[in-house]
Design a protein around this ligand. Structure first.
Ligand code: ADP
Ligand code: MG
Length: 483
């Protein structure tokens, strides 16, 4: 646990996150309008989404299924009986004048998420609830100098609001929580987790207290749109609160905004309370009653989730917990790894995937789905290492060629003549030439300057264009120098 050192001693930071995750669904939560990102403004709007008088919302079964699936993936309680409420407030981009949400009885209750911290420790963070609600439209302030435009495409899109317990204690834990939650949502296929496009948005609640004291008053930082910004916002906000308290002030419960340019938070409004919203059950919607058999059916469709996959990778492939954690973070990289590792040296496969492949993808700014090197291609290359055609060193060149051209490893070996030399005669000839040309160094070596061994290896490698089998080279060289 990392505490903040203040003038008056140590302070503990307490963090709870509310994540709005946009449900993957072709249609909105209560209308049949489309949800595709990036459409022309106001082209995906039904009368329900525009709040026309007399419109009637109809619940989208697919959205409910996605929420239940997510609840199951978070090891949470599924409430077979839940209720939709109206949350009343005024926004220019909220034409209904209220948001249909769930208040006292959400569709999903308590669950949990396991965080794997970089130091190898694990932390369990409680999930308080997950409820369904509509998204609002979008006000566009930058289209024209004197007017604000409203785009209702997003109005009525289904969101899952996932609320955590105030269980996190550091910005790193909050970051790990968001990454893990995003990973689970992607595995489940219930939200694409894309924070840049706003399909996952985070409200950050922060308070500070003296260790062991009751919870302090929280401030809520609204709509932070990247993991890094969430972490920066927490660090800034916690320090700000410590300063206020140490100066004898008190924290007012308020809603704040994160200024990513300055790395600071500033007040937006005093915090509203639940009673300000005049929540009441939406009279247009019946309670949501789920058939337990339907829920069971959804449970059977759950994919293997990151935690289970990680344990399996450690167990079946003998990977370290850290490596397995990296590989399972995205389903696509886990699948890729398994395709390479199956029937091969799994640790070698993991090293190539996490080292050279991830490095190349990073450089190219590509996702693993668009990798220039296929899993089958990388697998073939590892086979060439295993059968002695390639040394680890030559394999690096072959791999670089694969990234560059997309050609098969065998083709690159042939074309560039990268085949490893294992023929002892050929290697011996090269060694003899090097030793003959460096008689002084040979004498130095023999009189005890062991470090020169590397020099001879380097010279022979140079002479063979890096193709000499390293083990054979070492053995023959050692014998010759000893003799
Ligand atoms: P609201 O919508 O009013 O913000 P919610 O219950 O939806 O209320 O969310 C409250 C969030 O604030 C939760 O994530 C919870 O863990 C967190 N939280 C509650 N109390 C504190 C506190 N004292 N310090 C930090 N976070 C808190
Ligand atoms: Mg809140």
């Amino acid at each position: 646990m990392s505490l903040i050192e203040g003038r008056t001693g140590e302070w503990e930071v307490v963090i709870g996150l509310e994540v709005h995750a946009q449900i993957i669904s072709n249609a909105k939560l209560f209308s049949g309008a489309a949800t595709a990102f990036g459409a022309e403004p106001n082209t995906q709007v039904s009368p329900v989404d525009a709040g026309f008088p007399g419109m009637l919302p109809v619940i989208n079964r697919r959205c409910v299924e996605q929420a239940v699936k997510t609840g199951l993936g978070l090891a949470a309680r599924i409430n077979l009986h839940s209720v939709f409420d109206r949350k009343n407030y005024f926004y220019a981009d909220l034409p209904q004048g209220y948001q249909i949400s769930q208040y006292l009885t959400p569709v999903v209750g308590k669950g949990s998420i396991i965080l794997d911290m970089p130091d190898g420790s694990a932390r369990e963070i409680g999930i308080t609830r997950l409820h369904l609600e509509q998204d609002a439209g979008k006000s566009l302030h930058d289209q024209q100098a004197t007017s604000t435009y409203v785009d209702l495409n997003r109005s009525g899109v289904g969101l899952m609001e996932i609320v955590s317990e105030p269980d996190m204690r550091t910005a790193e834990e909050a970051g790990a929580y968001l990454r893990k939650l995003r990973s689970i949502l992607r595995y489940l296929g219930t939200c694409d987790g894309n924070m840049e496009e706003g399909s996952m948005r985070c409200d950050v609640n922060v308070s500070v207290r003296k260790p062991g004291a009751p919870l302090g008053t929280r401030c809520e930082i609204k709509n932070v749109n990247s993991v890094r910004f969430v972490m920066l916002a927490i660090d800034y906000e916690a320090r700000r609160q410590v300063e206020v308290l140490e100066d004898g002030g008190e924290i007012r419960q308020e809603t704040r905004l994160f200024d990513s340019g300055r790395g600071t938070t500033r007040p937006m409004r005093s915090k509203e309370n639940a009673h300000d919203y005049r929540y009441f059950p939406d009279p247009d919607l019946l309670p949501l009653i789920l058939d337990p058999a339907w829920v069971e059916g959804i449970k059977r469709t759950l994919p293997e989730l990151p935690d289970a996959k990680k344990s399996r990778f450690v167990r079946d492939y003998g990977l370290s917990v850290e490596d397995a954690g990296v590989l399972v973070a995205e389903q696509e990289s886990a699948d890729y790894f398994e395709a390479v590792a199956r029937g091969r040296d799994a640790k070698l496969a993991a090293n190539w995937v996490m080292g050279d492949l991830f490095g190349a993808l990073n450089r190219l700014g590509r996702r693993i789905e668009d990798s220039p090197v296929s899993a089958a291609g990388l697998g073939e290359m590892i086979d060439l290492i295993a059968d002695g055609t390639l040394s680890g060193r030559l394999a690096k060149d072959v791999f670089a060629g694969m990234v560059e051209t997309g050609a098969s490893p065998a083709a690159i070996v042939e074309e560039r003549g990268l085949r490893q030399v294992t023929d002892t005669g050929e290697i011996e000839t090269a060694i003899d030439a090097v030793l003959a040309a460096n008689g002084d160094k040979v004498a130095e070596y023999r009189s005890g300057k062991d470090k020169l061994f590397g020099f001879f290896v380097g010279q022979v490698m140079k002479a063979t264009q890096g193709k000499a089998n390293p083990a054979t080279l070492n053995e023959i060289l050692r014998n010759k120098l000893a003799g």
